[in-house]
Ligand binder design. Structure first.
Ligand SMILES: [Zn+2]
Length: 159
């Protein structure tokens, strides 16, 4: 009796420890379209879940300056995406960063609108963020412009 209880307890503990990150990941990914509509504003939903693009020069963070402090998070799932220190003034109408926090984005080939571009998605919730442009000559460490829809971002200044 004692042994059987012990075994059950131990095995459920193992399952909890081993699969908890996976379950969390899956629960984020398995949100229904109705779940997303409840979390996001209609404008956010159109960009993040339908790969839309916000109008240029309209976003809250388009012209916020680079800063040593602060992190831009995904508005859909709160995953940290960009350090505020990697933001730069590209004058393109959307927030621009020269590199993402490692592992935070997934890059896909996008052949829509008659162009071949690199699309960025949040690696946690798969929300569309924007596109990456390279070799444009910006004086940044990577010569890469992560052109992110402002509406996908949430600036956290508390660290
Ligand atoms: Zn996300």
């Amino acid at each position: 009796m004692m042994i059987s209880k012990l075994v059950v307890k131990s095995s459920s503990l193992n399952i909890g420890t081993r699969f908890l990150p996976l379950l969390r990941y899956k629960s984020t990914m398995s949100k229904t379209e109705d779940d997303w509509r409840a979390i996001l504003s209609p404008a956010q939903y159109r960009v993040l879940r339908q790969s839309g693009t916000e109008a240029p020069f309209t976003g809250e963070y388009t012209d916020t300056p680079a800063s040593e402090k602060g992190v831009y998070e995904c508005v859909g799932c709160s995953q940290p995406l960009y350090k505020a220190s990697t933001k730069f003034s590209a004058h393109c109408g959307w927030p621009a960063f020269y590199e993402a926090i490692p592992g935070s984005i997934t890059v896909l080939r996008d052949e829509s609108h008659g162009m071949v571009r690199e699309e960025m998605r949040c690696s946690k919730c798969d929300g569309h963020l924007g596109h990456i442009f390279k070799g444009e000559g910006y004086k940044t460490p990577t010569d890469s412009r992560h052109c992110v829809n402002s509406i996908c971002l949430k600036l956290r200044n508390d660290e």
